[in-house]
Ligand binder design. Structure first.
Ligand code: PNS
Length: 164
């Protein structure tokens, strides 16, 4: 059974993340979305909220699970029996950080392979950080994140989510 872990903070999940899950899940028996618990890092959404958004968004994909982890990613991957880590590459600017992580993870767990997937170019500029910023300033983030996230962002920042 080929298992891949797709780790991240997902604060919040975007359509770019979901595009990656949809692509990745076709190549494995099971894809586990592993949300970093981030106890020392301030996130906009709690772990419960981030998990709920993701679970709802992937509910129709039978081989996708949502879980959370803390500590080393390689240890989590080993516990779940994963042989692959999926990460997204949107642009060259992502590459340096991703290469460093992939090489460090390889040093820690030589048999665990990192595979990079490119999201649809329509989402190449979408990041959770920018979505949070635009939403905080009252901009329209519909079409970038699932409707439940649009509503939650509007509620968090005291704006209206806009017409349906
Ligand atoms: O979505 P993000 O915030 O870019 O994801 C970063 C993540 C969760 C993949 C990375 O921070 C991570 O793997 N953290 C777990 C701790 C760990 O294993 N650190 C060493 C990785 S080289």
């Amino acid at each position: 059974m080929r298992i891949a872990v797709y780790p991240g903070t997902f604060d919040p999940v975007t359509f770019g993340h979901l595009d990656l899950v949809e692509r990745g899940r076709k190549h494995v028996d099971k894809l586990i979305i592993a949300i970093l618990r981030n106890e020392d890092k301030q996130t906009l959404f709690s772990l419960g909220e981030r998990t709920a958004f993701l679970s709802q968004a992937v509910a129709s994909w039978p081989n996708v699970e949502v879980d959370s982890f803390d500590g080393l990613l390689v240890e989590y991957a080993s516990r779940t029996g994963a042989s692959l880590i999926f990460r997204g590459l949107r642009a060259v600017s992502d590459f340096e950080y991703e290469l460093q992580m992939a090489m460090m993870n390889r040093r820690l767990a030589p048999n665990l392979e990192t595979a990079f997937l490119m999201p649809n170019e329509a989402f190449s500029y979408v990041s959770s950080r920018l979505v949070r910023e635009v939403a905080r300033l009252g901009g329209d983030v519909r079409g970038l994140v699932p409707p439940a996230v649009v509503a939650a962002l509007a509620k968090k920042f005291g704006h209206t989510a806009g017409p349906p």
